[in-house]
Design a protein around this ligand. Sequence first.
Ligand code: GAF
Length: 394
Amino acid sequence: METKQILEGFKLTFSKENDSLYFSPGRINLIGEHTDYNGGHVFPSAIGLGTYGAFAKREDNIVKLFSNNLPDAGVISFDVDNLSFDKKYGWSNYLRGMILEIGKLTDKKFSGFDLYLEGDLPDGAGLSSSASIEMLMGTILNEEYSLNIDPLEIVKAGKRVENNYIGVNTGIMDQFAVEMGRKDQAIFLDTNTMEYEYSPIDLGDYRILIMNTNKPHELASSKYNERRSECEEALVRLQTKLDIKSLGELDVNKFDQYTSLINDRILISRARHAVFENQRTIQAKKALDNKQLELFGRLVNASHISLQYDYEVSADELDFLVDSAWKFDGVLGARMIGGGFGGCAIAIVQKDQIDGLIKQIGPKYKEQFGYAADFYETQIVDGPHKYNGESNEN
Ligand code: GAF
């Protein structure tokens, strides 16, 4: 993305120069889907598609925010002490929530500020545009006001914003992946213990291609909450005989041994996904570390099948893209990512086959669904930081 236009945008909007410019990534997840609220493992990475924020402090207590991705909302302005959730503040509630939560972690007072946002993350496409702006806000406050807050506390603040302020019952993966992202590494996080480890993403001749269905997913958050409750109910039934706090504590053998306790077809499928996906994620991390790329690809494929049939969070559009990718020569693996019901899938594709894949799948997708899919080849990058002109581009 051209950062020059962001600085000019800031100047045009606020009639002054910015003090600093920050970048915050989005995220993909290699494997480990719908495991983060089940005490399982996830294996995500921060990506070069993300959000830029041009920032300048003000002398007064007013915060002024503008997003060039949502220009119709205009400049949103409020007092730095008036931060309770209010629908009328629209998209900026994510930032208002972060200012509130970060404020609770410090004795320091923030002045007002002007912040201009612009990004290349498609909105609501399952690449965590909301975690990207939450972590951007947290990082800007931490650096500009010298708060010295541990990045993990910023991650947790972001989750509290989602859960208690915005009211979406998500796990911790998205904020963690964005904030803790590291160039060319995937993060293997145990959401039970919060222990984590980095693994180099060395895919040889293969690259990660993001395939965006562009399918609007309005029902996603209610279905997401439904899946959470189904897993919670399955856990309660298992707990009648097993001393466990989360599905993530079960290995597949133990699960098979006690499945009958759940005694409901749907709940068994949901819990089976959570337990087997966790196991697959542990195996996939080992496979990647040992450069067993074919095994890694098979686990990625198995994840999609489980999300499609056991967890039922896929969509025809996602299945079409994933299925077409599986049939294409030079694809190691493909699956939907994120919450599901629309949004994005990833394919691990031989680098010189990427154009061919897009040319083959793109038109067929449009013919089938009446609108186009988008394809992005992206870099794996560091978490939010002050931007000094380095490139996140492909
Ligand atoms: C969404 C949520 F925000 C994450 O916490 C995670 O549960 C994901 O869906 C599914 O793996 O992105």
